[in-house]
Design a binder for this molecule. Structure first.
Ligand SMILES: [Zn+2]
Length: 498
């Protein structure tokens, strides 16, 4: 196989895919011609291409760097191969989800929009009604298709010769999921006793009930945290972002390779994203402004991705510019979005004083809920993607059991399939949270608590960003501080270390 030609074609595919994706989800065009793009590059994702890459990746005489690059190419090929084989059903799912309506009282709400409506609904009874309708629609309209998609994926994984989806992801992404699950399990056990003191006050203030009366339907409202909106006015969104970059010695206006779009536009996706059309020459950010703190979190998060990809060394091989361990880019994104929880940042960039500590307390509570939820999600995904997974009824029960135990609310079974992230992305998020905490401590140690206002900290970050995603999160941390990526650091960060 001609690897140079494969890499060139792969980069062309990602560029065309990126442009089409960006134009559609930024609301610039209705068309999303992904089929044509896949057809033009179908050879990248054939079973034959996967087999040949695998042969080369397993060749005994490879150097470390060649082996690393081949593993990334193989991961890319397998992901595309799975995508091609399940394309028809994925399209049907997207279409059904987009056109699905739920009835709440005497109003009808679009299924996708309902999540946003629920997060902004002050009335708990109505939140519960929206959630119940969403879950019923998931069960009736989406789960049959999701089960079909899962069976197709399992069949392709078997055809490719892996014993399970889990084994495939672990090998191709270089993950040790048992080790990660032990680490998140220990975190969950260690934070059990802090649940009431950390989460209780935030729930009482925002939801207005005790923990015993909290429901799953209330969680989006808790995270939405509308009381804080007054501190995060829409007109200061861009200004504070520009000033944040400026503090790190980055002049956004002078970066010809980035595009930042925070305009309101009909047809724009409600989800913020960054698309790396060509790294580092063409990176695009899209944030749909909704209002409040969430816009700041979204813009800073995507801004972290944006600056990471825009700063990659153009001389790096394709694999390290476009592929690699997504825990790395997610860690830089979290590093930026955590600034909205940083008292010093709030003071300097927005003139906000967190006098009664409510902002910080809410942030800590939300973080604990998220971390425990994702730890439980990992435990569940390991069951769902095992070599011999339980039957569907038992699987749905396992899902509700794991999540209920971690988040201390009765968790529904209906989302047991839609809550599965492709490629164990849950592991990327979990490892990114840990890496971000290490990175933040490292920056604060070297540049002080207001590291975000130090150009030297920006220069240190740019040095890390140059390397794209050549190293895994574990390797990056090892080279930077010699530390091991572990969840213990999150305990300390939440003030819970013993
Ligand atoms: Zn992200």
């Amino acid at each position: 196989m001609d690897l140079a030609a494969y890499r060139t074609d792969a980069e062309a595919f990602l560029g065309e895919y990126g442009v089409a994706y960006h134009r559609h989800f930024a609301g610039l065009t209705d068309e999303l011609p992904l089929d044509e793009i896949y057809d033009r590059h179908a050879a990248l994702f054939s079973l034959d291409a996967v087999a040949r890459l695998r042969e080369q990746a397993d060749a005994p005489a490879l150097g470390d760097d060649d082996r690393r690059r081949l593993r990334l190419l193989l991961d890319f090929a397998v992901e595309g191969c799975l995508g091609l084989q399940t394309k028809a059903i994925d399209g049907e799912l997207a279409q059904r989800e987009a056109s699905l309506e739920i009835e709440v009282g005497d109003t009808s709400i679009g299924f996708r929009e309902a999540a946003v409506v629920q997060a902004n609904e002050p009335d708990a009874t109505r939140r519960g009604a929206i959630e119940a309708a969403r879950l019923a629609a998931t069960e009736a309209a989406l789960n049959p298709l999701l089960r079909e998609a899962r069976e197709q994926t399992r069949a392709v994984v078997a055809e490719l010769g892996w014993p399970s989806y889990r084994a495939m992801c672990e090998q191709l992404k270089g993950l040790d999921l048992d080790r990660l699950a032990r680490s998140t399990g220990a975190f969950t056990a260690a934070t059990e006793g802090a649940w009431e003191t950390l989460v209780g006050p935030a729930v009482a203030r925002t939801v207005g009930v005790g923990l015993d009366r909290l429901t799953r339907a209330d969680l989006p409202w808790l995270f939405r945290f509308r009381e804080a909106d007054a501190h995060f006015p829409p007109e200061r969104l861009m200004e504070s972002f520009v000033a944040t970059l400026d503090g790190l010695g980055i002049d956004l206006a002078a970066q010809p390779n980035v595009d930042v779009d925070v305009e309101q536009r009909p047809g724009k996706s409600p989800r913020a994203f960054v698309v790396a059309v060509r790294v580092p020459q063409d990176v695009r950010l899209v944030v749909p402004p909704i209002g409040g703190r969430d816009d700041y979190t979204a813009l800073l998060h995507e801004g972290g991705h944006l600056e990471h990809f825009a700063s990659v060394d153009p001389a790096l091989p394709f694999e390290y510019r476009h592929l690699g361990d997504n825990a790395v880019t997610e860690a830089f994104a979290f590093l930026f979005d955590h600034l909205v929880e940083n008292g010093e940042w709030l003071r300097r960039r927005l003139g906000v004083e967190d006098e009664d500590g409510a902002l910080a307390a809410h942030a800590r509570a939300s973080r604990l809920v998220y971390l425990r939820r994702y730890g439980a999600k990992l435990a569940y995904e390991l069951i769902a993607h095992a070599e011999t997974p339980p039957d569907d009824a038992a699987l749905a029960d396992a899902y509700a059991r794991e999540l209920s135990a971690a988040v201390h609310v009765p968790w529904p079974t209906a989302t047991y399939l839609s809550d599965l992230d492709p490629g164990f992305y849950v592991a990327a998020y979990l490892r990114a949270w840990a890496l971000e905490t290490h990175l933040r401590a490292w920056l604060a140690g070297r540049f002080g608590p207001a590291w975000f206002a130090e150009p030297a900290a920006g220069a240190a970050l740019r040095e890390l960003w140059r390397d794209g995603q050549r190293l895994s999160a574990e390797e990056l941390l090892g080279e930077l501080t010699g530390a091991e990526l572990d969840f213990g650091v999150l305990l300390a960060d939440l003030g819970l270390a013993t």
